[in-house]
Design a protein. Structure first.
Length: 280
């Protein structure tokens, strides 16, 4: 406005730009101070848009350029408030596990210790429902507790033990299931089935079950499904069961907790293969 004062009146420019005349006069009387955080706001908006408008302040901070690595989480949140942007919020979930009351009890070998000293040794899995225009689709996953990598998965139109075995077999075929590994799941009928037990014996895998009705025992899988649905599934529509969308699988993923702990300057690694993204 100061640069155009010779061509237009302050009142007209204030009306066009949506600012008050008094605010402009106050800014001039203070010596026309420069906005020190304009660059930060631009970077925050850019990262947020590149995430498909999914990221909240914590993940936006992880992806800011190196020149802004000293910015605090409080400042990122303030920038987002000033810009009127926010991360996407999760949908309310509902219980979908159907336990097999007649299944033999299995030990809880993990006991909420969601860490592992080495990869391929402690694995967790679960099944989630995906609605499409052609009906339900079921996704079974296998996650490594050491790397938090999404190492095995299977999709099916039917929720049977086959989908669980297929997900584990896909992980084993790529070398992500060690001998004598632990596979932890809930007590759903697919995980307590005879077919899975036979596969586990043949591949030297120890099966472990969480307690009935306690979602915290399977928190890693539940967290991954929440992120998957919140950031991708609920934001798109699927006309067919075979439809793919950008971000469903790929070598690079924008969602991984590892980058914030390692280096902002390096590229965020998101998968071990060209078909499996990391979990969160």
């Amino acid at each position: 406005m100061e640069a155009e004062k010779g061509n237009f009146t302050v009142a007209m420019m204030a009306k066009v730009l949506g600012v008050s005349r008094s605010g402009h006069c106050s800014w001039v009387s203070n010596g026309c101070p420069v906005d020190d955080w304009s660059e930060a706001r631009d970077a925050v908006r850019r990262v947020w848009l590149e995430s498909d408008r999914r990221f909240g302040a914590r993940f936006v901070k992880c992806f800011l350029p190196d020149g802004l690595r000293g910015i605090t989480l409080y400042r990122v949140r303030k920038c987002m408030r000033e810009l009127g942007i926010r991360g996407c919020t999760p949908y309310k979930s509902k219980r979908t596990t159907v336990p097999d009351r007649d299944a033999k009890p299995r030990p809880d070998l993990i006991r909420r210790d969601f860490t592992s000293p080495v990869p391929t040794y402690k694995l967790v899995g679960d099944i989630t429902y995906l609605r499409t225009g052609q009906g339900w689709l079921y996704l079974s996953t296998v996650i490594d507790l050491n790397t938090r990598m999404f190492v095995g998965w299977s999709l099916s139109e039917r929720m049977t033990a086959d989908i669980v075995v297929s997900a584990l077999e896909s992980a084993r075929a790529r070398g992500y299931v060690a001998e004598n590994a632990i596979f932890r799941s809930d007590k759903g009928a697919q995980y307590t089935s005879r077919k899975l037990a036979e596969w586990a014996r043949g591949n030297h895998v120890r099966l472990s079950c969480s307690r009935t009705g306690n979602c915290h025992d399977n928190a890693v899988s539940e967290s991954f499904f929440a992120t998957l649905k919140n950031e991708m599934y609920h934001r798109r529509s699927f006309a067919t069961r075979t439809q793919r969308t950008p971000g469903w699988s790929g070598r690079r993923s924008r969602r991984s907790p590892s980058r914030s702990r390692t280096s902002r300057s390096s590229t965020r690694t998101a998968a071990a293969s060209s078909t499996t993204p990391r979990s969160t």
